[in-house]
Design a protein around this ligand. Structure first.
Ligand code: DGL
Length: 269
C-alpha cells in the first residue's frame, strides 16, 4: 500500500541522477525524496551487464527498505540493462529515463535524424534504438559512446584541461544532419554549456538538445496524480551515497539550487 507522504526514490550510479531529482523538485516541490548514488562503484557504463544488475539489485533493495512509493531510475545505463528485470521482480511503480527522453526526441525532430550521446553500455545495448523504432522506424539514428565523460564529470569536470578536446572528439561523430541530440547519460546535462560551445564550433545541424530528465519528471507527476498519491507537504530530502560523504557534497551543491535543503547520509548496501 503506497501512501502520499512516502518518499519518491531516485537513484543513479553516482550523482548525475541529481539532474533528474532537480527537475522533480521543480515540478513536485511538495514531495519527500530519497536519492541514492552508488559513487563507490561508478562508472557503470563500462561494466558488464551481470555486474550492473548485481549492483542495481542492492540499490533497489535498499530503496524499498526506505518505504518509497515510486522508484525513478535516473541512470540510462541502469535503465538499459536492468529495467525489465526490476519491473518483473518488484511490485512497485518504476519510471526510467530512456523511454521519456525518446518521447521528447521523436516529438522534436523535424527531419527524422537523431543523434545520441551515451555511455558505452547504453550504446551497445541499443536500448535507445529499440525505443525510437517503437515510435517511428524511419528515423535515422547515430549513437556516440562517450566513455570518458561520466568519470570526468563525477571528478570535477572543470579541472580537466583536456575537457574541450575530449568533447570535440565525441561530438564530431554525431551525424552532421541530425537536428536533435539526446543527452543519453544523466551526467551530461551538467556540462550542457560546454556541449553547446563545442557544437557551435563543429559542423552540425542540431536544433534540439534533449535532456530526458524533464519528461521523466512529468511522467512521475502524471503517475502520482492518476493514482491519488501526490503529497502536499515536503518534509525531507535525504541523499545517500555509498562513498565518503565529505568528498561528494561539492558536486551536489553545484547541481541543486541553494534554497534546497538536504541531509547527506552514508548508505551501507
Ligand atoms: N548517469 C549514468 C547514466 O545515465 C552514468 C553511467 C555510468 O555510471 O557510467 O548512464
Amino acid at each position: 500500500m503506497f501512501t502520499n507522504s512516502m518518499p519518491i526514490a531516485v537513484f543513479d550510479s553516482g550523482f548525475g541522477g541529481i539532474t533528474v531529482l532537480k527537475q522533480l523538485l521543480k515540478l513536485l516541490p511538495n514531495e519527500n525524496y530519497i536519492y541514492l548514488g552508488d559513487n563507490a562503484n561508478i562508472p557503470y557504463g563500462s561494466k558488464p551487464k551481470n555486474q550492473i544488475i548485481e549492483l542495481t539489485s542492492k540499490m533497489v533493495d535498499f530503496l524499498i527498505k526506505q518505504n518509497c512509493k515510486i522508484i525513478v531510475i535516473a541512470c540510462n545505463t541502469i535503465a538499459a540493462s536492468t529495467y525489465d528485470i526490476l519491473k518483473q521482480k518488484y511490485n512497485i511503480p518504476i519510471i526510467e529515463v530512456i523511454s521519456n527522453g525518446v518521447i521528447d526526441a521523436v516529438n522534436n525532430t523535424k527531419n527524422n535524424n537523431i543523434s545520441i550521446m551515451a555511455t558505452e553500455f547504453t550504446v551497445n545495448s541499443k536500448a535507445y534504438i529499440e525505443k525510437i523504432n517503437e515510435y517511428n522506424k524511419n528515423i535515422k539514428i547515430t549513437q556516440v559512446a562517450c566513455k570518458e565523460l561520466c568519470p570526468m564529470i563525477e571528478n570535477d569536470w572543470n579541472s580537466h584541461d583536456n575537457r574541450f578536446e575530449v568533447l570535440e572528439d565525441y561530438l564530431k561523430n554525431i551525424d552532421s544532419d541530425s537536428d536533435t541530440l539526446i543527452l543519453g547519460c544523466t551526467h551530461y546535462p551538467l556540462i550542457i554549456n560546454d556541449i553547446k560551445e563545442v557544437l557551435k564550433s563543429t559542423n552540425n545541424s542540431i536544433k534540439n538538445i534533449i535532456d530526458p530528465a524533464y519528461h521523466t519528471a512529468l511522467s512521475v507527476k502524471e503517475y502520482l496524480e492518476n493514482n491519488n498519491i501526490l503529497n502536499d507537504n515536503h518534509q525531507y530530502l535525504d541523499i545517500y551515497t555509498t562513498e565518503s560523504i565529505q568528498k561528494e557534497s561539492k558536486l551536489i551543491n553545484m547541481i541543486l539550487p541553494s534554497n534546497i535543503y538536504y541531509t547527506l547520509k552514508y548508505a551501507n548496501l
